[in-house]
Design a protein around this ligand. Structure first.
Ligand code: ATP
Length: 321
């Protein structure tokens, strides 16, 4: 991206990682990662433990510097314009320190003051944040007494207090019960509807699939795939489990399939033959035609698509550095 410092264009708004590297000694935590999150969209950053998600997010939040490359928030570089980046960005870390003896209202008020909000502007913003995150009823509660879900809401409130255009949320759903996850999803949907740019990380593809416009899958510091969940699924659909009902000439069908390089793990069970097939839909159609040409009478073909979790496991292979 040709981000011009301080000049806003539709292209430069949002988030851009540009050949980003972060090296710790012998560990390349982030390796040559480039992606763009257009303004007003939600991008899911998905990867196993130690993949490099938090490291990239910390660089974006100006808490760490790249070893090489750069990252931009609304066109401002984290290296050259960290102050301008911070004004535009709200960061919700995966673990956050709180002051046990202060109330939720005092906590949010402290951060509102730190961002320079004064008078009516501050009280209006505090009202908006407490309503948006649903913590109005707990304003006077000490933070020490909050549940995990309530602490997450408070932390999101803190990230929103200065009305940032870009939000970086590091595993906000971790440890939440199903109801709290649904509520978090609603809040993120509302932020997107309000034209915020959101980068949100998780270990779990299905958790983000519904709320993200696009996702990026990272492992061992490298971005392995980006696109919509459907695009990633399609790209990985080269292996499927096929079940074929052969009502005549099963021995010929079995012999034919065993000779085919793209058919594996063949199991015959009465009139059904099941196997792993490497190929796309057109390859599958050709295979069925060839079986018919062998004299096999085919009554039914069933293709079992991979689930999102299968795709994630296939893409990442579970490598941890
Ligand atoms: N300050 C540091 N010093 C040394 N190594 C680090 C440091 N921070 C991160 N790493 C290493 O960089 C790699 C990426 O870590 P990172 O925390 O970014 O992964 P992650 O994808 O956020 O993982 P998780 O899902 O477990 O939070 C890991 O191998 C980690 O040990």
């Amino acid at each position: 991206m040709n981000a011009v410092r301080g000049i806003f264009s539709d292209d430069s708004r949002g988030i851009q990682l540009n050949r980003l590297y972060r090296v710790f000694g012998k560990t390349v935590a982030v390796r040559d990662v480039t992606f763009h999150v257009p303004a007003g969209s939600v991008f899911g950053y998905i990867g196993p433990n130690g993949a490099g998600k938090t490291t990239s997010m910390r660089v974006l939040a100006t808490l760490d510097l790249p070893t090489f490359g750069d990252a931009f928030v609304d066109g401002f570089s984290v290296i050259h314009d960290p102050e301008l980046v911070r004004r535009r960005l709200g960061f919700m870390p995966d673990a956050f320190g709180t002051y046990r003896d202060v109330s939720c209202a005092e906590y949010l008020d402290f951060f509102a003051r730190a961002y320079g909000l004064v008078g009516r502007q501050r009280s209006q913003r505090l009202d908006w944040v407490t309503d948006f995150t649903g913590i109005r009823g707990m304003r006077d509660k000490p933070i020490a007494g909050l549940s995990k879900g309530m602490k997450q809401r408070l932390c999101l409130g803190r990230a929103l207090i200065h009305d940032p255009s870009v939000l970086i949320l590091d595993e906000p759903a971790a440890g939440l019960d199903p109801r709290a996850r649904i509520e978090l999803r609603k809040m993120i949907g509302n932020l997107a509807a309000d034209a915020k740019t959101v980068l949100i990380s998780s270990h779990i593809l299905t958790e983000l699939a519904e709320m993200c416009d696009r996702v990026g899958i990272i492992e061992q510091g490298q971005l392995l795939a980006t696109g919509t969940v459907e695009e990633i699924k399609q790209a990985q659909q080269h292996t499927r489990e096929l079940t074929i009902r052969v009502i005549e000439q099963m021995p010929a069908a079995e012999a034919f399939l065993r000779d085919e390089e793209n058919c594996e793990s063949i199991v015959v069970d009465g009139a059904l033959v099941r196997f792993e097939f490497h190929g796309d839909v057109a390859d599958q159609a050709r295979l069925v035609t060839q079986l018919v040409q062998q004299g096999c009478l085919i009554a039914e073909v069933t293709s079992h698509q991979k689930s999102l979790e299968d795709v994630f496991l296939h893409v990442t292979e579970g490598l941890v550095q």
